[in-house]
Design a protein around this ligand. Structure first.
Ligand SMILES: [Zn+2]
Length: 327
């Protein structure tokens, strides 16, 4: 029996059920704190939005989410706890850092001048996974690392190395952000070279390359899982649509990779900072929401010949395998 840390305590990996492995109850790009005079923080309203978001997928059969917000992007374990208590959902909190360009990279990047920041970050990740986050009593259950468009920076490499080291100590899975799937083979190799177990790694946003089979295979051949986790964005982040995502998933399933595909949306229930309504008015953002997989992807995959057992493999067993190995 393998247990997984949720924000309300340990649960068996076998009991997680249908899971979305990359969503956000709260997210704020680093820098939102400095704009704090211009927006209101209403904790009850934030909790209400998070609760509504999870309730909207309950009837689709989901019972667990990974809350993928890294430490430098507004992660709030106590808010997650309130939302988990109100909904009965398993919420699995992350520990880790976002890509250098859009994260809060300055602190460890400066410390790199005089100290071993890989060791410092590994200590942090291990502490948050095994003892808890600050004095909240909430333990992280997964790690999050990220890279940008132009490959892997020295800072991002340090985060990757620290996460691999912390995985060797704790067994916790690592999920990642790539910029629309770019630099994904390099990221997978960097994690593995640093000691990560590829069966416990999901390289994220690979659906950004959903028209490029050779590229998908190059990443899969390293042994990692791939995230189709910007679902709902139709030509929003790039030229990819949900139909492209379905096409590639079917192609990969035919090649025996059903057990390496991980679905999510990267939805954000609450943005910290001023209103992001303008973003959702962009063409392509209309369907970028937490219900999209249940509403469109699952029926789409079934319509293309996948079975209910295949859907369970994707949404239940693949998640469980991050702790228990291939199922
Ligand atoms: Zn995300």
């Amino acid at each position: 029996m393998t247990t997984v840390n949720t924000v309300l305590g340990p649960v068996e990996a076998a009991s997680l059920g249908r899971t979305l492995f990359h969503e956000h109850l709260v997210f704020g790009y680093a820098g939102h704190e400095g704009d704090r005079s211009m927006w209101d923080y209403d904790e009850d309203a934030i909790v209400a939005k998070g609760v509504a978001s999870l309730r909207s997928i309950k009837e689709q059969g989901f019972s667990t989410i990974f809350e993928a917000t890294p430490n430098d992007s507004g992660r709030d374990p106590l808010l997650m706890k309130r939302i988990a208590e109100e909904t009965g959902f398993n919420v699995i909190c992350a520990t880790g850092y976002y890509k250098e360009h859009h994260g809060g990279s300055a602190y460890f990047d400066m410390r790199r001048i005089f100290t071993d920041t890989v060791a410092e970050m590994a200590d942090l990740f291990i502490k948050e996974l095994t003892e808890g986050i600050r004095d909240t009593g909430v333990k992280a259950g997964v790690m999050k690392v990220a890279t940008g468009h132009s490959g892997i920076t020295d800072y991002e490499h340090a985060v990757i190395s620290a996460a691999a080291r912390a995985q060797q100590a704790t067994g916790a899975p690592i999920i990642t952000h790539t910029e629309d799937g770019t630099a994904a083979p390099e990221q997978a190799r960097a994690l593995i070279d640093a000691g990560a177990d590829p069966s416990k790694v999901v390289v994220g946003h690979m659906c950004g390359n959903a028209k490029n089979l050779d590229y998908q295979l190059a990443v899969l051949e390293t042994g990692v899982g791939i995230g189709f986790d910007r679902t709902g964005g139709n030509r929003l982040f790039n030229d990819i649509t949900d139909d492209d995502r379905i096409d590639m998933a079917v192609t990969l399933a035919e090649r025996g990779y059903l057990n390496r595909i991980f679905w999510s949306q990267d939805s954000i229930a609450n943005w910290l900072g001023r209103s992001w309504d303008g973003f959702y008015a962009l063409p392509g953002a209309k369907d970028w929401k937490i219900t999209r997989i249940g509403d469109y992807i699952v029926p789409g995959l079934l319509g293309r010949g996948l079975t209910e057992a295949d859907i369970d493999q994707l949404l239940v067993n693949n998640i469980r395998s991050l702790w228990e190995g291939d199922i």
